[in-house]
Design a protein around this ligand. Structure first.
Ligand SMILES: O=c1ccn([C@@H]2O[C@H](COP(=O)(O)OP(=O)(O)O[C@H]3O[C@H](CO)[C@@H](O)[C@H](O)[C@H]3O)[C@@H](O)[C@H]2O)c(=O)[nH]1
Ligand SMILES: [Mn+2]
Length: 733
């Protein structure tokens, strides 16, 4: 084969890089001028309070400037990848690697079995030789309902896979397909369509009725020997390992309705005992790595969360293009696809699509050695997950691991159970040098970092047809809690021995180290943002000016930095497919995350360092009741929970409202005070923007009567706090 054909992927630099860099330099100059102004205009020593406020502003601005600087690592060197799947099929169709797909679920109430099996069916139906695919469902709840749904799915797959392949169906999650597919045009397809749709709906009904019943009806459990495993089951957190090979790809009888081989399908519930810590998803992944190594041992592992169905049946081939590329493939440890979502509304009220991260920042990281591993939609080389260093791998002769299995399925299942037992990992390197790392709520990020520090590269691939679609939380509190977990995890990495700066020093590029820091520092951002959104507004009450007056040339530097960075985020947002209102919502959530999720993450991390708190993992809900869904569809913000995070948000919003009203009152009563305008313009503007951005919150506090409004106690508390802070400030200053 010519060298041209051997190239399976290409990398392009972002357009307009030079222009962007010039623009960034201009902002940097602006930031330096802001600092210079702050340092040169410290109030005299007679104004003690004024000085401290000023130093606070200086501190915040130093941080903002510094943080802006490191975020350039996410912008400076953006790259985009392209794959050549046709070359892959031409040159390598017979040597495509086996792929093991891990799907994780943990709770049948927040992750309904029906959703889980739709994801499973979508990944069983990839455009890839089926005999090379093995799908493993890990069920951390060990729920017989999920198991039952999987049995149903294993039968339905025999029809579904050939149907998808015959009619080139997309997406291959049956639920989403039947919901969105346009009516088939050819009569034969129409017939197949309606018959398979009926089969699906029947299956759906059976599963739903078991779920509604809350247990498996006897006539069903008698039919499948697998249910006997639940005889010794006590509770979610107290049961032995359950391993069931539902479809064994090697079994000559495992054929679909057209006689083609089926992918292997395995159910796993690892052992859980109350006095053993189970390490959340990292523990699951490690059990899966071990169990799969004895069944299919695919050299490539794809892992997805149970809500992340496959939306692009060629994505496996895309990923394989990277690993099999003759020149650069051998140094790639993992290929990360973005997390995209199915249920985001038009203006994305909770900024849940993570638009700038997926469309801009990860391309930036990719330019410096590769993106973070973000837990789902990621393809790993099995060996790198198991701790292999790049240098060891490079020098080693490549051999194909052929698994020889002659024991019976039953014996194998029994042997596999010990691999998923609570004691298996005692005195081993699992969770440390092997597998995913333990001890972090973001097992993915820390594991990815460790892999990159062993000399490997990673790839970010963001195809136009999205590869995976998941579910975003549909309430404000869920969104904030999820961000708390992420930011807390990243911050803990920074404070641990895996700090990207020290641990990564000399192992990954400086750009990548700084890139990691951008995420690790999320919680730290909370402090300056809270300061900046409180103090200047409070100062309005006393007419204290904190910014240069409009006629001063220093004013320009502030105005430029603020305006230019807003404009940049606006342009990036719109170019990444967002709407104008979506951008405005994104700004609101930007603020809310900083003053609540990140603040609580910061505090909890400190408490955890002091040993006052232990690790937890709150699973994001993938279902919401009808009432909540309706409001979500209409883009009405959902409060409706008494969370301390809401008290902080409301207090800050009200505080700004009081300050703004106080100012207006002063201007109306005393027109001579209009001169203050000259000196307070920026402060008034900031306070005004804060009031505007909080409009939905004021509505939630005072104007709404539905169930999603802000609960009364939160409203009462925050009015009191905001009022007290304003009074205290005016009295004490
Ligand atoms: O003890 C646990 C906890 C979670 N999960 C599974 O882990 C996945 C992620 O949980 P989810 O609540 O959906 O968290 P997200 O915040 O949406 O997840 C993102 O962030 C996590 C780290 O915080 C990563 O593990 C995920 O892969 C990544 O998608 C789900 O499939 C769960 O079923 C388990 O299997 N066992
Ligand atoms: Mn999730």
């Amino acid at each position: 084969m010519g060298s041209e054909e051997a190239v399976l992927f290409e990398t392009d630099n972002a357009e307009g890089r030079v222009l962007y860099r010039l623009f960034a330099v201009s902002i940097f100059v602006g930031i330096c001028l802001v600092w210079a102004y702050r340092v040169n205009n410290v109030p005299g020593s007679e104004e003690v309070a004024g000085r401290w406020i000023w130093f606070g502003m200086l501190g915040a601005e130093l941080w903002f400037g510094f943080y802006w600087f490191i975020t350039q690592a996410l912008q400076w060197n953006r790259v985009y990848r392209r794959t050549f799947k046709d070359r892959l099929s031409l040159g390598y169709e017979n040597s495509l690697p086996n792929i093991d797909i891990f799907v994780c679920t943990a709770d049948p109430t927040v992750e309904p079995p029906l959703m889980v099996i739709n994801t499973v069916l979508s990944v069983m139906a990839y455009e890839y030789p089926t005999e090379k695919l093995s799908v493993y469902l890990s069920d951390d709840a060990g729920s017989d309902l999920t198991f039952y749904a999987l049995i149903e799915a294993s039968d339905f797959a025999k029809l579904w896979i050939p149907y998808c392949k015959n009619y080139k169906v997309e997406p291959r999650s049956p639920k989403v397909y039947f919901r969105s597919a346009s009516a088939p045009t050819s009569p034969s397809h129409a017939q197949d369509f309606s018959s398979i749709k009926k089969m699906y709906e029947d299956m759906e009904r059976r599963i739903e009725s078991a779920v509604n019943l809350g247990r498996i009806p006897e006539e069903i459990s008698a039919k499948h020997r697998g249910f006997s495993q639940w005889d010794s089951y006590f509770a979610k957190q107290d049961h032995g390992s359950i391993v069931q090979i539902l479809i064994d790809g090697r079994d000559i009888d495992a054929k679909d309705v057209e006689g083609c081989p089926m992918p292997t399908l395995v159910y796993l519930a690892r052992e859980k005992r109350p006095n053993y810590f189970h390490n959340f998803k990292a523990g699951v992944m490690n059990a899966l790595i071990r169990v799969s190594s004895k069944i299919s041992n695919g050299p490539i592992i794809l892992n997805v969360d149970c809500d992340m169905f496959s939306n692009n049946s060629y994505a496996l081939r895309d990923a394989v293009c990277f690993f099999m590329d003759e020149k650069k493939g051998h140094e790639i440890a993992f290929v990360q696809f973005p997390q995209n979502f199915e249920n985001v509304t038009k203006n994305d009220m909770y900024s849940a699509s993570l638009r700038l991260i997926t469309e801009v920042e990860f391309h930036g990281l990719d330019g410096y050695g590769g993106p973070l591993y973000i837990g789902t939609g990621c393809f790993h080389r099995r060996e790198t997950l198991c701790g292999k260093k790049f240098t060891e791998y490079k020098d080693e002769p490549k051999r194909v691991n052929k698994l020889l299995r002659d024991e019976s399925k039953h014996d194998l299942e029994e042997r596999l159970k010990t691999l998923a037992s609570v004691t298996y990992e005692e005195n081993t390197q699992w969770g440390n040098e092997m597998g995913l790392k333990y001890g972090s709520p973001v097992e993915d990020v820390i594991t990815g970092l460790a892999i990159q520090c062993r000399g490997w590269k990673s790839i970010y691939f963001n195809p136009t047809r999205k590869a995976f679609l998941g579910i975003v939380p549909t309430t404000l509190v869920d969104t904030l809690v999820q961000h708390k977990r992420w930011s807390e995890g990243d911050f803990q990495i920074f404070l641990s021995k895996y700090c990207p700066l020290w641990f990564g020093h000399g192992k990954i590029s400086l750009g990548l180290q700084l890139g990691y820091c951008c995420y690790c520092f999320w919680p730290v951002n909370s402090l300056p943002v809270i300061y900046y959104s409180m103090i200047p507004s409070l100062c309005l009450l006393k007419g204290i000016s904190l910014f240069p007056q409009i006629s001063s040339p220093w004013f320009l530097s502030f105005a430029y930095v603020i305006f230019a960075s807003c404009a940049q985020s606006f342009v990036e947002f719109i170019f990444s497919g967002g709407t104008v209102l979506g951008w405005w919502n994104d700004q609101r959530i930007w603020l809310y995350k900083r003053i609540s999720s990140y603040l609580f993450a910061f505090i909890d991390t400190i408490l955890k360092l002091l040993g006052l708190f232990k690790l937890e993992f709150i699973i994001s809900s993938k279902v919401s009741d009808e009432d909540v869904s309706k409001r979500y569809e209409k883009e009405i913000m959902e409060f409706g929970a008494t969370s301390p995070m809401f008290t902080v948000l409301s207090t800050l919003a009200l505080l700004n409202l009081f300050c703004f009203v106080g100012l207006v009152k002063k201007l109306v009563l005393d027109t001579s005070s209009l001169v203050v305008f000259e000196t307070l313009v920026l402060q008034i503007l900031m306070c005004g923007v804060l009031v505007l951005i909080n409009l939905p919150l004021y509505q939630g506090l005072f104007l709404r009567s539905d169930k999603g409004k802000m609960p009364g106690p939160v409203a009462a508390k925050s009015v009191t706090f905001a009022f007290l802070i304003c009074i205290l400030f005016t009295l004490l200053y």
